[in-house]
Write a protein that binds this ligand. Sequence first.
Ligand code: TXA
Ligand code: MG
Length: 541
Amino acid sequence: MKTVLFHPEKDHTAIQEAAAIIKHGGLLGIPTETVYGLGANALDETAVIHIFQAKGRPQDNPLILHIPDASWLEKYCHHVPAAAYALAEKFWPGPLTMILPRRDIVPLRTTGGLDTVGVRCPDHPVTLDIIRAAGVPVAAPSGNLSGRPSPTTAEHMWEDMNGRINGIVDGGACTVGVESSIIDLTVTPPRLLRAGGLPLEALEEVLGEVEVDKAIREKLADGEQAKAPGMKYRHYAPKAPVTVVTGSPMRSAAYIAAQAGEGSGVICFDEFTSLYPNCIVHSLGSMNDVSEQARRVFDALRTFDSTEVRQIFAQCPDENGLGLAVSNRLKKAAGFCTVDAGRPLVIGLTGPTGAGKTSALRAIERLGGCVLDADAIYHEMLKTDLPLRTALTDAFGEVFLPDGSLDRQKLGTAVFGDAKELEKLNQIIYAHIPRELSRRMNATVAPIIGIDAINLIEGGLDKLCHCTVAVLSPAQLRLGRIMARDGISEEYARLRIAAQKGDDFYRQHCTYTLNNTCDSAAAFEEQAYVFFYGLLQEAKK
Ligand code: TXA
Ligand code: MG
């Protein structure tokens, strides 16, 4: 079969010609924002059989339907719940597939014999035009040969499918790079069957509780059933065996440097490429840019097949946001062969002024730990961090002076005495600080990290921590310490203490409290040292 390559941006008849292939029962490679798909008329059993043949895909692995908007849902699914429309409203077109009860018009061939059907609206203008012009839902699995990494460019798809299908539409490189997230709405609570281009956290915002299918994070035991039939197959596998190394980026990088012999393949973050001079290295993008990692993960897995590497090591992001999808693709490629290089223990420290937080932080440093001061980081970000600066100007007008520094007076006046404005400022600050905190946490090999923040709890920074510790001390002792430290009057020191949250607030919200009744800073530092040492030993278990 001759495979035609269509270029819709150069050739205005391409969309009609491509749609004609679908209408006449042919096979067409289509671009989407996630990965390229191998499309055919979902209602035409013969065309659907040809998809399975061209891919070499097991017949029991169902196909999903691609539709141009949510108004088509009723045609192919029944009992469509309100949640489906809420999700469609928020995330379509986009990288989300919903599993719903199938109407009889959808052939069992298409759904691999299931009474449910997966439906999604892809976010690619060319493919949406093609589906509308064809007037039928397009069944499309990813456009790779079964078992190979999904294609994220027309060239990848050409490698696997040239000569096997009627045409491929070149719509450029995929902007998301991993397949859609699949949510099963026929069960309660809804279940995530595949982690993909739409983060779990985004789904939870709309659906509340979401159950995560076990097959996303772990290898299933023999005889255990994957809820998405496709999850049971070994996927995305390069020819050489892959070992995935989890843990903080600095540690996984060091682990791979120690283990990878000459001529090994290494998939790593940009920051570490120079650590492997005798290996074939493929970068996933920056350790701080998980969207880029998603775009590159399949390409990274694919490129090793044209080399002689006998083993591949891969650095793996953590499972937040798109990280869940990236780590799942890497782990599947590795048949879930993973090694954990470890992470630092992250402790959030908070408490009122004068209670002894500084001494506690010194104890963390003595344990080889790294202290990150949220307030200092905020002040540095004010100078250099464009997203934070932009958010502040958007909210409060031009609050930066011509030399680039913050106009403290102007910002101060805007929020002083106005609780609402102050709340707005805090929200902006605490929306941006975690990014920089994570960046610094990624860049340390320290076994323990102390995050120092007065507003640890209120600002939500406790979410970055394994546990939180409040340093507390009787008011009378704090009074004396503040007066001595800052050289202020008793009256003024009392005012300061009164302006802060009471001890109960901290006791309620923190995992631990450290009570400082010591008569010297050195004695309290010793007490804190013993406490943190204990936490560290506990975490190692
Ligand atoms: O991003 C994507 O979803 C891409 C692009 C082309 O749209 N498509 C894609 O299709 O990844 P495919 O066939 O490679 O993966 C679909 C997955 C398979 O694991 C399949 O088993 C599962 O969806 N699936 C399909 N219908 C299902 C159903 N009714 N119940 C449970 N799982 C289903
Ligand atoms: Mg696939």
